[in-house]
Design a binder for this molecule. Structure first.
Ligand code: GLU
Length: 448
């Protein structure tokens, strides 16, 4: 990666000082800033207008109390967040994460990445992110509903199809979006589908939205492989996680001729040499909300490795689809040593800076999350388009649009990396390409 020049180093130091303790946010900012040296040289007006400093400061940050009643009649209190980072390219757009690890630093890293990711999609969406430290694990359906209703009772005043449009992320899927949509409708007395994406298919949702992040990440890897005159055909793959992103990554890998042999959850890893039985995983995770350990109850030939490390399983393609910093330097070294030739990130920032450095040095095809997993939010923007036109598109039509968007993102990142003298470096390509579009819009809009 290119050395940070002095001016940018100073900006980074200021970010550290202004945002103490937010380590994930620091990490996300550093990765982008490290790539921007040559951009500032080419576009001195970005420095004059302090575009980098402004982009690192969210336009608005909302933190609120979320009180709710559990099934035992006891009052519970969580903290809610919405960080509206950038509206340079469109209304704030990005998911909501419900997970006990959530605090401002995580929401800010996600919101910051979302600015560039959304820019890369080529669609008119700004960047934002939100969520809560609420833990949906082990909660009853009614508890989740009461929490979502309380969360939306505060958040609704900040939303709108032209203002801010949340969606899902870890811990937020169709069920949670449904409860939040219902509460929004009740409070505002408006049936406004464009205010949330990831909706159910009978009430304004889009076909392919559920599959989009996983399918999109796999399309992206397919393009990286094609650029190297290779394909998924016969490739052994591993996919961490077993949520929505992982499930549809596995599905698309299988459709493209690859064989996915392992996935995981926070308790352990499933290894099935014959190739994962996706119907079973869907039944366990999507229908019954169980742990993947139960896979071996019916598939005795497979192995369950409690507390195992999925990156120790040899593979040619690795697709981290669980959470941030799940591949460290050691894991990256293991993957490369075991013959991994491509990594496509379905999760946001799943590789630590040491891991990224190793992948780039090894010159494997490495697709960073903000490019590789942009298919989810891109399809959210397609959902917004359908809502605005009171329309609904077919699966085939929508999937083709998603594939075209991913091919475009790949080509833009690839060409930008070339243009800036770092061929094959998709990190540099994605950061520069995503940044320039936002920066130009910010210059055009004046000092706001
Ligand atoms: N949470 C997803 C992401 O990380 C999707 C956001 C959206 O659809 O708005 O991009």
């Amino acid at each position: 990666m290119i050395q940070m020049d002095e001016k940018i180093q100073g900006i980074y130091q200021e970010v550290l000082k202004r945002n103490p303790g937010e380590t994930e946010f620091h990490q996300a900012v550093l990765e982008v800033l490290e790539c921007l040296g040559p951009v500032i040289v080419k576009h001195p007006n970005f420095a004059d207008r302090k575009i980098i400093q402004r982009i690192c400061e969210p336009e608005r940050q909302i933190i609120f109390r979320v009180p709710w009643m559990d099934d035992n009649g006891e009052v519970q209190i969580n903290r809610g967040f919405r960080v509206e980072f950038s509206s340079a390219l469109g209304p704030y757009k990005g998911g909501l994460r419900f997970h006990p690890s959530v605090y401002l630093g995580i929401i800010k890293f996600l919101g910051f990445e979302q600015i560039f990711k959304n820019s890369l999609t080529g669609l008119p969406i700004g960047g934002g992110k939100g969520g809560s430290d609420f833990d949906p694990k082990g909660k009853s359906d009614d508890e989740v509903m009461r929490f979502c209703q309380s969360f939306m009772t505060e958040l609704y005043r900040h939303l709108g199809e032209h203002t801010d449009v949340p969606a899902g992320d870890i811990g937020v899927g169709g069920r949670e979006i449904g409860y939040m949509f219902g509460q929004y409708k009740r409070i505002t007395n408006r049936y406004e589908p464009g205010v949330l994406t990831g909706k159910g298919l009978t009430w304004g949702g889009s076909l392919v939205r559920t599959e989009a992040t996983g399918y999109g990440a796999t399309f992206f890897v397919n393009e990286m492989l094609k650029a190297r005159k290779d394909s998924f055909e016969g490739k052994i793959c591993t996919v961490s996680g077993s949520g929505n992103v992982a499930i549809y990554t596995i599905e698309k890998i299988h459709q493209l001729g690859g064989k996915c042999v392992a996935c995981s959850d926070s308790n352990g890893v499933i290894y099935d040499e014959k190739g994962l039985d996706l119907d079973l995983i869907k039944q366990l995770k999507e229908v019954e909300r169980r742990r993947i350990e139960d896979y071996i109850k019916t598939h005795k030939h497979a192995k369950y490795i409690a507390k195992g490390n999925i990156w120790e399983i040899p593979c040619q393609v690795a697709m981290p689809s669980a959470t941030q910093n799940e591949i460290n330097g050691k894991d990256a070294a293991t993957l490369v040593k075991n013959g991994c030739i491509a990594v496509g990130e379905g999760a946001n920032m799943p590789t630590t800076p040491e891991g990224v450095k190793l992948f780039l040095e090894a010159k494997i095809a490495y697709g960073p999350g903000k490019a590789a997993n942009a298919g989810g939010v891109a399809t959210s923007a397609l959902e917004m388009q359908q809502n605005a036109g009171r329309d609904s598109w077919t699966f085939e039509y929508t999937e083709k649009k998603l594939e075209d968007i991913m091919i475009n993102i790949h080509n833009n990142c690839f060409e930008t990396a070339d243009e800036y003298g770092a061929p094959g470096n998709y990190v540099l390509g994605a950061n520069i390409c995503g940044f320039i579009k936002v920066a130009n819009a910010m210059v055009a809009h004046g000092l706001i």
